[in-house]
Design a protein around this ligand. Structure first.
Ligand code: EPZ
Length: 416
């Protein structure tokens, strides 16, 4: 099994470019299933294992894929399937996002129930509630869930929790419903806005994305668009924290600053110098890492996907910090691994109390999920000695070319 080796102590200095957003491109790929006319062209598609998996799902459904430089062309004019098999869903929960487009376009969608994963049970009850309110029949059994509908009828759907995936899935299904649908208590993430823009480029009518109330007016056909994926705000935040933890001086390029407001605010509270320069952010660490308290919340709150990385940074803080994880019930899998590197962390339910230490020490550690892996890289970059990180496939699901990008700004990191 591949591992990453990181020798700590090198300040990161230079420029690092952010790739297209994983959590934007996956719903956009699902939405390409809606296009009955023409071929979708996507620009700025990140080279990630999750993208490969989603493209396999689209092929499985009868779509044709062409790679043209760093663009992807997707032809879904002739679909011949409506199910996503277990082996693909089990690799990536986001495959469940094909349900909305298939239910809307074909009147049927069948996916294997996504298993839980390292960060929690992650049910899809809100997705199914939305499909039901639009008129679909839902059958769950033998590890599969199937949604069918002769016609979808516009309706108002209140989400008990502003679920990102549920908002995206219901939005795509509602695009085909007769009349108007309203999603209340909708997720407000930038990736929701990107999906709405993509659908509107297809001839759809989605209003209010980015607020807690989204209005979708049904249409019967959608044309394939040419679209550029937004930059990855979590990748950007991760590299900003890498500059902070190594007391480096990094210009993170291809950033939409509005998407990382909460991360910039918390890094400034910690004492890190941050300069916003158009679509770049310059981060200058000075070795001081003041203790702060952080609570993860739905956007625009501090993102749960930055929680492990923030924890790694605060392990090197001058004082005691507290992190409260409100989004997922089990997103502290990186804690025992950070402890192996000398971190002082105590967890109590959804709270982690971090007592900063002067030094972390390199150790063999295991990445349990994508962002935990990123946290271990950050800790390794600041640790004394060498850290060997297993579970590299988790990391490569969400960070395109991370080893090369870090090497180019001075990190002593390699993949073995
Ligand atoms: C998306 O996952 C992201 N993934 C996650 O990023 C991110 O952590 C999460 O949103 C929150 O921001 C993609 O966009 C591909 P949710 P999603 O539905 O849609 C509960 C990463 O590291 N819930 O907003 O699955 C759920 O259990 C990944 O890039 C229900 O109870 O997240 C969780 O506690 C990790 N019922 C909370 O809501 C449902 O039907 C948030 O989940 C759906 C969700």
């Amino acid at each position: 099994m591949a591992t990453m080796l990181v020798r700590g102590g090198m300040p990161l200095i230079g420029k690092i470019a952010v790739s297209g957003a994983k959590n934007a491109v996956l719903p956009l790929l699902a939405a390409s299933l809606m296009a009955t006319d023409g071929k979708t062209r996507l620009e700025s598609v990140p080279k990630l294992n999750d993208v490969t998996t989603m493209l396999e799902v689209i092929r499985h459904l009868g779509g044709n894929i062409n790679y043209i430089d760093d663009e992807i062309e997707i032809d879904c004019q002739n679909l011949n399937g409506n199910d996503a098999p277990y082996n693909l869903i089990s690799q990536m929960r986001a495959s469940v996002l094909i349900m909305g487009p298939l239910l809307g376009r074909l009147g049927k969608a069948k996916v294997s129930l996504p298993g839980g994963c390292a960060i929690g049970t992650r049910p899809i009850d809100l997705h199914l509630k939305g499909f039901g309110l639009l008129g679909a029949d839902i059958v769950v059994g033998h590890g599969f869930v199937e949604a069918t509908a002769e016609r979808l009828i516009g309706n108002t759907i209140y989400l008990d929790y502003p679920s990102v995936g549920a908002t995206e899935n219901i939005m795509m299904a509602a695009c085909f419903a007769d009349g108007v649908s309203i999603i209340q208590n909708a997720a407000e993430e930038p990736e929701i806005v990107d999906l709405a823009c993509f659908i509107n480029c297809m001839g759809g009518r989605v209003d209010g994305a980015g607020t807690d109330t989204i209005v979708i007016t049904g249409r019967s056909a959608f044309r394939a668009p040419y679209y550029r994926v937004i930059p990855d705000r979590i990748e950007a935040g991760t590299y900003m924290m890498a500059a902070a933890i190594t007391a480096g001086d990094l210009v993170v390029e291809n950033v939409i600053p509005e998407h990382v407001v909460s991360v910039i605010a918390k890094l400034r509270e910690i004492g890190v110098a941050i300069e916003v320069l158009g679509d770049s952010v310059r981060v200058v660490g000075n070795g001081n890492i003041l203790p702060v308290d952080v609570k993860t919340l739905p956007y625009p709150g501090f993102p749960t996907d930055m929680q492990p990385q923030m924890m790694a940074l605060l392990c090197r803080g001058q004082g005691t910090s507290m992190i409260t994880e409100t989004v997922f019930e089990n997103r502290f899998m990186h804690v025992p691994e950070l402890r192996r590197m000398g971190a002082h962390i105590r967890t109590e339910g959804r709270n982690a109390i971090i007592k900063g230490v002067a030094n972390l020490s390199g150790a063999p550690v295991a990445a349990s999920d994508l962002r935990a892996g990123a946290a271990l890289i950050l800790a390794g970059l600041a640790a004394q000695g060498v850290t060997e990180i297993s579970g590299v496939t988790h990391i490569e699901r969400g960070y395109a070319d991370i080893v090369r990008k870090l090497q180019e700004v001075g990190a002593d990191i390699c993949k073995k």
